[in-house]
Design a protein. Structure first.
Length: 147
């Protein structure tokens, strides 16, 4: 059997394994094997040792290039939340809050799945006062007086 077909079959098998696992790592080895198949097709007399060295070098290089250029998006553990859409929303204080106590804030439309939230503030806010969300801190909203 021709070495070209062996490299091609290895590349396709690695790509199939990548599709089954979805890890992205096998993708680069599969692409490298397919590149080796093309190289062996163009230059059929390459020694086996050189072929394996080229495959190893190409695999490591493509994997390293991907790892250095891949930027994972940081979500700050806010799964299922609209990114920043809650900041600036205005609600009504239903239980007074201030520097020494937490209160609650209620919204006319739900905010991140609920109409009422625990409110924390560095200033004193009284019942019925309008407040604006400035940050999300765990399961609480940091609020300030809305002018």
């Amino acid at each position: 059997m021709d070495v070209f077909w062996l490299w091609g079959a290895l590349g396709l098998a690695l790509l199939a394994a990548e599709m089954a696992t979805g890890t992205i790592y096998l993708l680069w080895f599969g692409i490298s094997a397919l590149c080796m198949a093309i190289l062996v097709w163009i230059y059929p007399n390459i020694h086996y040792g050189i072929q394996f060295a080229l495959f190893a070098g190409l695999s490591v290089t493509t994997l390293a290039v991907w790892k250095f250029n891949y930027k994972k998006t940081e979500t700050h553990s806010r799964i299922g939340q609209a990114q920043g859409e809650e900041i600036g929303r205005v609600g009504t204080i239903t239980i007074a809050c201030g520097p020494s106590q937490n209160g609650t804030i209620q919204f006319t439309q739900g905010l991140m799945g609920s109409r009422e939230w625990i409110a924390v503030s560095t200033e004193t806010l009284v019942i019925g006062q309008q407040a604006q969300v400035t940050a999300v801190e765990g399961n609480m909203l940091r609020v300030t007086a809305h002018l």
